[in-house]
Design a protein around this ligand. Structure first.
Ligand SMILES: Nc1ncnc2c1ncn2[C@@H]1O[C@H](COP(=O)(O)OP(=O)(O)OP(=O)(O)O)[C@@H](O)[C@H]1O
Length: 263
């Protein structure tokens, strides 16, 4: 059956990178992707390939070098900041957050685009905050100070804040850094469940290729100068994963869809 749903996010002939005076540092060109409601999408690629640059461009905080990013069919640079905050929530792992806040207070910050100028929470805001805490299963932590949390707990709080922002699209940069294998799988599985329960689209950058292949609807695979995009099964068929890393130490085993150390 043909999939006709309108994409929440779309790029057209997008080029990403940096412009310094007359000099251009091109990271990737010709990027055409579409992300629809309810999809879980991973951005993968080696260190320094441009995953964060790409996510910053998708979220409108960095200008494209060429081409377009469209959110709900509107060019992202033409959407005003407050409206954009009701469309996209962004979770940057290394973002400075006030760890003196309680978990409840930090999650409540997700309601900022909707509260009045003194930030007073209404009934609907409280409902959204409580439902976000429940969805991420951290209700029992709500009165704890953020400085008392483990990295994994803090990761869940940042996800809850993004859910409280109640946007159709959530973008996360490396939501599983510092986590052990169990908690990496836990957080990614949580993101997958959220796409199913809430119909939000979630895009995240990750080094967890094995988990991304198992869990994601689509994968954005970044390679020098170019980007491949599609369901993991399609990328597996085209042997795309074996091209990600230099082949001297590890190789991709298509049978198990995972990387192995060469003996
Ligand atoms: N503000 C900036 N100005 C110029 N170049 C930058 C800037 N930020 C990053 N870069 C460069 O852009 C390239 C891509 O960096 P980016 O952080 O997007 O990669 P990444 O895939 O997210 O890396 P990692 O997996 O290590 O986090 C790198 O060569 C980096 O040095």
């Amino acid at each position: 059956m043909k999939d006709t749903a309108t994409p929440i996010l779309k790029t057209e002939a997008l080029s990403i990178g940096y412009q310094k005076k007359a000099q251009q540092q091109l990271i990737a060109a010709g990027i055409d992707i579409e992300i629809k409601a309810g999809e879980l999408v991973a951005v993968i690629g080696v260190n320094g390939i441009g995953k964060s640059t790409f996510l910053r461009t998708l979220s409108g905080i960095q200008q494209p070098l060429a081409g377009k990013v469209l959110c709900n069919n509107i060019e992202i640079g033409k959407i005003d900041a407050l409206e954009l905050a009701s469309l996209i929530s962004l979770v940057l792992t290394e973002q400075p957050v006030s760890r003196n806040l309680s978990v409840f207070e930090l999650v409540a910050l997700g309601r900022q685009p909707y509260t009045n100028w003194i930030g007073k929470l209404g009934k609907n805001d409280l409902r959204q905050i409580i439902s976000s805490l429940k969805l991420v299963n951290i209700e029992s932590l709500q009165d704890r100070k953020c400085y008392e949390l483990s990295d994994g707990q803090m990761q869940k709080v940042l996800i809850a804040r993004a859910i409280a922002q109640d946007t159709p699209l959530i973008i996360l940069d490396e939501p599983t850094t510092h986590l052990d294998l169990y908690h990496k799988a836990y957080v990614l599985k949580l993101l997958k469940d959220l796409t199913r329960k809430t119909k939000k689209a979630i895009v995240f950058a990750s080094h967890e290729i094995n988990l991304a292949i198992q869990l994601c609807d689509k994968i954005i695979l970044m390679q020098p100068g170019k980007v491949k995009f599609g369901p993991p099964e399609e990328l597996l068929k085209s042997s795309s994963f074996s091209e990600i890393f230099p082949s001297d130490i590890i190789s991709f085993d298509p049978e198990t869809a995972s990387f192995r150390i060469k003996s």
